[in-house]
Design a protein around this ligand. Structure first.
Ligand code: IPE
Ligand code: IPE
Ligand code: MG
Length: 227
């Protein structure tokens, strides 16, 4: 296999634009976050049918603690509700759910729900869903470097950001070294299975070279190069 872009196995999404989506409709910002949770359900359901095996979603950054306490608390409650409600569905659909990011600053109830979900869904093989909560890529890189686990961090194939901004906001900086970047003005609450399919169609039109030349093996074919 060459640098084929036919199988975007690891897709990561910066789910942005919830607040502006709600504000533009004269609704409180939290209405955008609630609609965003529905978008998560749509995308998780669609992902396996599109060839995605790992889906990493940026739900709350380590810098989002700067927001007003009311918004932060409502978001944390929304995550708790999501994890609790979705655990059974994940088990049913073979979705392995894990959470990346710091846990020491999260409410104990949320940490418990996450641990329960991770345990219950550990056997899931259809899709690995990773939710990034209190996540900072720079923090994760520093920790992995200290632990000697940098090489086990899974490369991102396609990184999507909704909501119109064109920046990474401290998300998966190490894993995205050769990720294809896709920015869309669509606000996260409006992101659909069709939007995801469109992003993947664009991904398949890209040519990944990993520093090589067209037609040479990609990084996943190192064994073939060596032999
Ligand atoms: C993304 O939407 C969700 C979180 C960061 C928790 P925002 O809340 O950042 O929405 P905008 O960018 O203000 O529209
Ligand atoms: C990034 O969005 C974090 C999440 C989507 C969870 P932000 O809205 O926090 O990023 P900035 O502040 O626009 O860079
Ligand atoms: Mg934002």
């Amino acid at each position: 296999m060459s640098q084929s872009t036919s199988l975007p196995t690891h897709v990561a999404i910066i789910m942005d634009g919830n607040g502006r989506w709600a504000t533009n409709r004269g609704r409180p910002r939290f209405a955008g976050h609630r609609a965003g949770a529905a978008a998560v359900r749509r995308v998780v359901e669609a992902a396996p049918h599109l060839g995605i095996t790992t889906l990493t979603l940026f739900a709350f950054s380590a810098d989002n603690w700067k927001r007003p306490a009311t918004e932060v608390n409502r978001l944390l409650r929304l995550f708790l509700g999501y994890v609790r409600a979705e655990t059974a569905t994940c088990v049913e659909r073979g979705v392995r759910l894990t959470v990346i990011g710091r846990r020491d600053r999260l409410p104990p109830t949320l940490v418990e729900a996450v641990e329960t979900a991770e345990h219950a869904t550990a056997g899931g093989r259809t899709l690995h869903l990773r939710l990034a909560i209190d996540y900072s890529a720079r923090h994760a890189i520093a920790q992995a470097a200290a632990a000697g686990t940098l090489e086990s961090m899974e490369a991102v194939d396609l990184l999507i950001r909704t909501g119109g901004e064109k920046r990474l906001s401290d998300f998966l900086l190490w894993e995205s070294a050769y990720a294809e970047l896709y920015f869309t003005p669509v606000a996260w609450p409006e992101f659909s299975a069709a939007s995801l399919a469109e992003a993947l169609a664009e991904y398949r039109r890209r040519q990944r070279r990993f520093g090589g030349l067209p037609g040479l093996p990609g990084p996943r074919d190192e064994a073939a190069v060596a032999s």
